[in-house]
Design a protein around this ligand. Structure first.
Ligand code: A3P
Length: 288
């Protein structure tokens, strides 16, 4: 595998700002070499929306218990880095998997291969974009390979202008949201709903994937995907990710941390764009 340099602002694919390793060539390779199959399942999200929480749920749903030995990434690889050959396996290996396949990805709808072929299933996890901003900011500062050394105010401006990896959260979430309303191959779920009623969301996921869910399994999932249980489990909390050794994907795991970061002016700017881009599309979030 090649080594790569991460930075917060870099390669641009049409209107999407992508990680530096995700070049046009990688995208073309993905389209050429990766064939989506019936029953392939993708967890898709804008970064810091609770992707690993859904991965943990999916893992337990499929394996019956939380991962103790293998890292969760083995079972649910990150497609974007695999496409670029900077992940654990590479695309050729993914093509050789004979059992049902599970992936996660941050690709915007416009770049996702074969989204319209109706074969695969997509679970899109979205989070209120204020808390997402705060989570992304801390991650960008702590994750050595992102190496962001700016202030919260600087980050806020980049975030609101979509000048960070995977572009504007508003565009990312809204395009997936609108597409989810037109077919039955995308299950759109919200981080805040998982906080407030996890078992209902787990039931929706199991139904969507046609995976049997016994009361026992539901209980196991709800227990083993609690914040503190995931944080203590180094097979799920992301410490295998190079550059993340001294920190964790699980920081606070709360709704409403934005109130410790946004000033009045930022809140006003945010609310106006949120109204324009999300509320106008009937997409709303709980911020508390
Ligand atoms: P915070 O930085 O606000 O704590 P992703 O997996 O997409 O990178 O998202 C990471 C965010 O999801 C982090 O948010 C993390 O704490 C939160 N998260 C992960 N697992 C969680 C859980 N079991 N309960 C609540 N939040 C969780």
């Amino acid at each position: 595998m090649e080594s790569f340099n991460y930075s917060i602002v870099n390669y641009q694919s049409n209107e999407w700002i992508m990680p530096p390793y995700f070049t046009q060539e990688v995208l073309e390779n993905l389209y050429k070499k990766f064939t989506i199959r019936n029953e392939d399942t993708f967890i898709v999200s804008y970064p810091k929306s609770g992707t690993h929480w859904v991965k943990q749920i999916l893992y337990i749903l499929v394996h019956g218990k939380s991962s103790q030995k293998e890292i969760i990434e083995n079972s649910i690889p990150f497609l974007d880095v695999e496409a670029a050959n900077v992940g654990l396996f590479g695309l050729e290996h993914l093509e050789k998997i004979s059992s049902r396949r599970y992936f996660h990805s941050h690709l915007p709808l416009a770049l996702m291969p074969s989204i319209l072929n109706g074969k695969a299933k997509y679970i899109y996890i979205a989070r209120n974009p204020k808390d997402c901003a705060v989570s992304y900011y801390h991650f960008a500062r702590q994750y050595q390979r992102m190496n962001f050394q700016g202030t919260w105010d600087e980050f806020f401006t980049l975030y609101m202008n979509g000048k960070i990896q995977y572009g504007s959260i508003f565009d990312h979430v809204v395009t997936w949201w609108k597409r989810s309303q037109t077919g039955n191959d995308i299950l759109f779920i919200k981080y805040e709903d998982m906080h407030k009623n996890l078992s209902t969301v787990v039931e929706k996921i199991a139904n969507f994937l046609n995976v049997p869910l016994t009361p026992n399994l539901l209980k196991t999932i709800c227990t083993q995907s609690q914040f503190h249980n995931m944080k203590e489990n180094d097979k799920v909390n992301g410490q295998w990710i190079t550059g993340l050794e001294n920190t964790s994907l699980l920081r606070k795991g709360k709704i409403g941390d934005w109130q410790n970061h946004f000033n009045e002016e930022q809140n006003k700017i945010f609310d106006s764009i949120y109204q324009q881009k999300m509320v106008s599309q009937s997409l709303t979030f709980d911020f508390n």
